[in-house]
Structures are given as C-alpha cells and as structure tokens.
Design a protein around this ligand. Structure first.
Ligand SMILES: NC(=O)c1ccc[n+]([C@@H]2O[C@H](COP(=O)([O-])OP(=O)(O)OC[C@H]3O[C@@H](n4cnc5c(N)ncnc54)[C@H](OP(=O)(O)O)[C@@H]3O)[C@@H](O)[C@H]2O)c1
Length: 303
C-alpha cells in the first residue's frame, strides 16, 4: 500500500497493516490535519507513518467479531499511522457513518471534535454556565464553541483577531473577546484552554470561585506564571486533558465519535472544513496549518 512517510511526507510504499484481533482494517478515504501531529512530523523517525484521524470503509472486520462488518463506512481515532491507504483500528475507537455524513466531514472529528467533547464531559452539565473557550478560531476551539452552545452554556470565545468574531458568533458564541479580564465576581465556571502561556494564567484569573480550567495544549511557546493564591483563593481546579489516554480510560473513542457523528448528521454541528486537498499536497498543507493560515480544518483525500 501507499502511505505518507515522515519526515518529508513523501508518498511511498509501506507494509500493509497487521491487525490485532480487536482491530478492523479500514481503507482510508480521508483524514484531517491536527496541529499536534503536524508539528511532530519533521521530528518523527524516518519512514514513520504519522496521523491520528481516519475516515473510510471497513475492508476486513475484526477477527474477534467486534465492531462493524466489511463495507461499513466508519470514522476512527488512531495513536499513529493514519496517513495511509489502509490502517488497522481498534473497533472500540471506530464509529459507523450514516449516508448523510461525508467522509470529509467525518475526518475532522476524531482528535479535534473528541477533545472538545471530552473537555465538556469532564466538567459536567454546562447548562447556563459561563464557559470560556481560548484558541476559539482553531480546530478544537470551533468544536468547543459549538458543543458548549449546544449544551446550553453561555460561551465566550477568546480570539486574537477581532475580524474572526462574526464566524464565532455564527457558531453560537454569546461573546467574542480578545482579552479575558473579567469584572470581580463575574467569572467563568469553565475555561476550555488550548493556548497555554500567559493565556492560561489570564483564564485562571478569570474563573469564578470554584471554577474549572481544562488545559489541553501549550500552543503558545511561552511559560505560564500566576500567583498561587489564584488557585486557593477561589478554590479553582486545573485539569489536564490528553485525548489518547482519556479515551483509553473510557470505552475508546467510538462512543464519543458516535455522538459527534449524530450531531453532524442532524445538521447541528458544523465541521468547519476550510479546504479539501489531495494527500499528494500533504507537506504544503501541513506547512500552511503550522503557519496559522487556516481558519478551520484542512482535510486531505486519499486519491
Ligand atoms: N491534549 C490533547 O489531547 C489535544 C488534542 C487536540 C489538540 N491539542 C493541541 O491543542 C492545540 C489546538 O489544536 P488545533 O488542532 O485546534 O490547532 P489549530 O487549529 O492550529 O488552532 C490553534 C489555535 O491556537 C491559536 N493560537 C496559536 N498560537 C497562539 C498564540 N501564540 N497565542 C494565542 N493563540 C494562539 C490560534 O489562533 P489564530 O487563529 O489567531 O492563529 C488558533 O485558535 C494545539 O496545540 C494541539 O497540539 C491537544
């Protein structure tokens, strides 16, 4: 089969996957790019296949009888190796796709959508809670704004560029801010924080007493500094979130993907696809994403 190989993302021959008994072999038709895997590619070992998100069709069902049967359309989360014609995916990390959800839409969901959904699940019921989403223009951020709004939260989207405000209001943000400073006593119940550095410190400061900050990234390459009284003074909590161990500790990514797929199928969740390109353009696409020139998700088709 063919696959994209690190570190230069050349399209080359690679061995076919050897599935474990609980893994289905999926013929991949599309995947999306995430900042995390894109950032790692240049440092990955020579010949390694990167990639976390897959959408496609089951070519061989799992030997243990679990999961979808041959020819079923699916979306899945992998810890590596997704940027290939064929992949072996644990059936617990797969969800079935209805006809109304395209492979391109589905391909945006695994890392970005599941991370946003987990952040909200970890907090609990956000109905009428004030939720801050930092890095709101990003892949995860756009899902977090929409899912928070759908769950009944009052979402404030934190952005760097004011001109992105209309797009975030359209996704359900009640407020769009370029600064998180809050008046005393009017803080956020939850911060879904994916920027790090000084933004994490400002988001902590802006929490209401007893509030929760869920930290899932250090996108800004700067240290975070805050007075410890910010924590104990208001009894706030910080919770780290990494999508892979978090889904492993649950029933896999499948049940989370099922919920996201259902929302897309119902037209309630927009996957924010900015462009669909050929996987032959992977290197340029990764460079474009890392340069910050993508407002939304880039999807690559395995053609
Ligand atoms: N913990 C996990 O399991 C997990 C899962 C998924 C993603 N992540 C991480 O989460 C982060 C977001 O991922 P993504 O795929 O959504 O990335 P993305 O689509 O590239 O979005 C990045 C977001 O961060 C903002 N940003 C970048 N640099 C910034 C800075 N210096 N100061 C303030 N904002 C900045 C961008 O704002 P502009 O639009 O203004 O550039 C954009 O909103 C990445 O670091 C990724 O590695 C972690």
């Amino acid at each position: 089969m063919r696959a994209l190989l690190a570190p230069d993302l050349r399209l080359a021959d690679a061995p076919d996957p050897q599935p474990q008994r609980d893994e289905a072999v999926v013929a991949v038709s599309a995947f999306s790019l995430n900042r995390g895997e894109s950032r790692r590619v240049s440092g990955d070992p020579d010949g390694e296949i990167p990639g976390w998100d897959v959408a496609g069709v089951v070519e061989t069902a799992a030997a243990d009888g679990s999961g979808p049967s041959r020819r079923t359309r699916v979306v899945g989360l992998m810890t590596r190796g997704a940027w290939a014609e064929r992949v072996a995916v644990r059936t617990r990390d797969l969800a079935v796709l209805p006809d109304v959800v395209t492979d391109e839409q589905a391909a945006t969901l695994p890392v970005a959508g599941v991370t946003a959904l987990l952040a909200l699940d970890l907090y609990g019921n956000p109905l009428e809670r004030r939720v801050l989403v930092t890095g709101a223009t990003g892949g995860v951020g756009r899902f977090a704004v929409q899912l928070g709004h759908l769950a009944g939260a009052r979402v404030t989207a934190l952005v760097r560029r004011r001109e992105t405000a209309d797009a975030l209001f359209a996704l359900g943000a009640e407020q769009v801010a370029t600064d998180v400073a809050q008046p005393e006593g009017a803080g956020f119940d939850l911060a879904v924080e994916g920027v790090g550095g000084p933004v994490l410190a400002a988001a902590l400061q802006a929490l209401a007493p007893g509030g929760t900050l869920i930290s899932f990234a250090q996108t800004a390459d700067e240290p975070t500094s805050f007075a410890t009284r910010t924590l104990y003074g208001k009894g706030v909590r910080i919770r780290g979130l990494l999508v892979f161990p978090e889904t492993r500790a649950r029933d896999g990514a499948g049940p989370l993907l099922e919920r996201l797929v259902a929302l897309v199928a119902a037209g309630r969740l927009d996957t924010q696809i900015r462009d669909v390109l050929s996987w032959r353009e992977a290197l340029a696409a990764v460079q474009r994403l890392l340069a910050g020139a993508v407002d939304g998700k880039l999807v690559l088709r395995v053609d």
